[in-house]
Write a protein that binds this ligand. Structure first.
Ligand code: GLP
Length: 266
């Protein structure tokens, strides 16, 4: 896999990449896996801008979001339905029937998860899965310990994730739902291509584990290394805990060309 360290706006970088992959795909339906979180707000703003300027269209794009809290209705400001509506779908020309987000209000949660897996299959699988990274290295809501062949399911959120996400809930971890629905790591790994993003020093340990640690379910992010076509795009702060040869390569590359993106093969 590739670790891309960029000093430029990650959101713009990712949106341009999505547009390029969408263009290369031609007229066929293009299936995107989509994340939420603070890291990707800029990415959605850039994508919305591309669509508004006529440089891209969502008419042939089918989307599947990664996860949703259990028990938050779509109108709740912290639900991922709400996030996606306000950050993306209000601003682009996606067809309502092409937008898929797990229903955290479903009466039968396991049935909802099974339905989601078959909808992804029916769409022909995911072409490009975008994602963020939790401070503890989680992918979507696959908390540490999740198996790499896990499928869409109900997940109990860890204390660490509820603390991290409390900033969106009046800084009160008690208000953060205790469960979420999430695609599995296996669901993510089935995608043809992965592009994950991490920014800020709170992600530095997870990025260092990926770059230098062993592949282990204790750090779900390390599953990216098992995929034939995966990249993690990070800013310098998220790369700040790299050590050894990764750190040396990065410093040398920036010494020669301070503003260029650096690509490390892991
Ligand atoms: C939540 C989401 C993850 C996301 C993570 C990071 O826990 N379920 O999919 O990667 O937040 O969020 P942020 O970008 O706000 O740091």
């Amino acid at each position: 896999m590739k670790l891309i360290i960029s000093k430029h706006n990650l959101g713009l970088w990712a949106a341009s990449y999505i547009r390029a992959r969408w263009q290369a795909n031609g007229q066929k339906p293009f299936v995107l896996g989509l994340p939420t979180g603070g890291t990707v707000v800029d990415m959605y703003a850039s994508l919305s801008g591309l669509v508004q300027n006529g440089k891209m269209s969502f008419q042939n794009i089918i989307t599947f979001n990664m996860d949703e809290y259990v028990g938050l209705p779509p109108a709740h400001e912290q639900s991922y339905h709400y996030y996606m509506k306000h950050n993306l779908f209000d601003h682009v020309d996606a067809k309502a029937e092409n937008v898929h987000i797990l229903d955290g209000m479903a009466k039968d949660l396991p049935a909802e998860c099974a339905r989601y897996e078959s909808a992804i299959k029916q769409a022909g699988g995911i072409d490009l899965f975008l994602g963020g990274v939790g401070r503890n290295g989680h992918l979507a809501f696959n908390e540490p310990g999740s198996s790499f062949d896990s499928r869409t399911r109900v997940m109990e959120l860890t204390e660490s994730t509820r603390q991290a996400n409390a900033r969106f809930f009046n800084n009160n971890p008690a208000l953060v739902p205790v469960q979420a629905l999430t695609v599995g790591i296996g669901t993510v790994l089935d995608a043809k291509e992965l592009l994950f993003l991490a920014s800020g020093s709170s992600k530095a340990e997870a990025v260092a584990r990926l770059a230098q640690g062993e592949i282990t379910p204790n750090w779900p992010i390390t599953a990216l290394k098992t995929h034939p076509r995966a990249a993690l795009l990070v800013d310098p702060q998220a790369a700040s805990a790299l050590t050894g040869s990764a750190k040396a390569q990065l410093e040398e590359a920036w010494r020669q060309q301070p503003d260029e993106d650096v690509i490390l093969t892991l």
